[in-house]
Design a protein around this ligand. Structure first.
Ligand SMILES: CC(C)(COP(=O)(O)OP(=O)(O)OC[C@H]1O[C@@H](n2cnc3c(N)ncnc32)[C@H](O)[C@@H]1OP(=O)(O)O)[C@@H](O)C(=O)NCCC(=O)NCCS
Length: 154
């Protein structure tokens, strides 16, 4: 199985293409290349040779809260457990940073619920985490679901 690694700057163009492929289909939020470069240390990737087949980011929001963003697995690489590996890598990193709660906004609640996430009312999350929402074309009529994972022992 391909391993999860921290992203490198040279992965950014492929990550940009992967994320925006799904964003164009309305399945996730688009990211600019500049935004990906600026946050490159947040990202994990899975590579197949030189090709980036999947990515995900863990973004620290506050002392006790982080967000999983931009989780995308190329269509020809889905249903092989790669999405699961990326979520687990993000949760592991949150634990190592001493952050006990990780949330996400998603159209794939069932997938995240299989990875220890539970429903949360968006209004319970601090307003600070809505930065991305403000520039989303769907705002304020968002139909993404908010989910949260409480890490044990952190
Ligand atoms: C949602 C998404 C990230 C899931 O990625 P994935 O790599 O397919 O996820 P996994 O392979 O870990 O799990 C998906 C399914 O494959 C199954 N699976 C996992 N390993 C498998 C294997 N080796 N063989 C067969 N099936 C497998 C899982 O059981 C799971 O099935 P289930 O949903 O019925 O439980 C991916 O579909 C995607 O990128 N979608 C578009 C963007 C998106 O919606 N992102 C969500 C975040 S906003």
């Amino acid at each position: 199985m391909n391993s999860v690694e921290k992203a490198r700057v040279r992965d950014a163009p492929q990550m940009h293409q992967l994320i925006n492929y799904f964003a164009d289909k309305g399945e996730m939020l688009a990211r600019s290349l500049s935004e990906i470069y600026e946050n490159i240390r947040d990202y994990f990737v899975v590579r197949q040779g030189e090709r980036v087949i999947a990515c995900a980011a863990l973004h620290v929001s506050w002392s006790d809260l982080a967000e999983i963003k931009s989780l995308a697995v190329a269509e020809d690489s889905q249903e092989q457990g790669i999405g699961a590996q990326l979520v687990e890598a993000c949760l592991k990193e949150a634990g190592e940073l001493g952050i006990p709660t990780v949330f996400c906004f998603t159209y794939q609640p069932a997938f995240f619920k299989r990875h220890r996430f539970v429903d949360i009312d968006k209004m319970e999350l601090p307003r600070k985490v809505w930065t991305d929402c403000l520039r989303c074309p769907k705002f304020p009529n968002c139909d993404e679901v908010a989910l949260i994972c409480y890490l044990e022992g952190v």
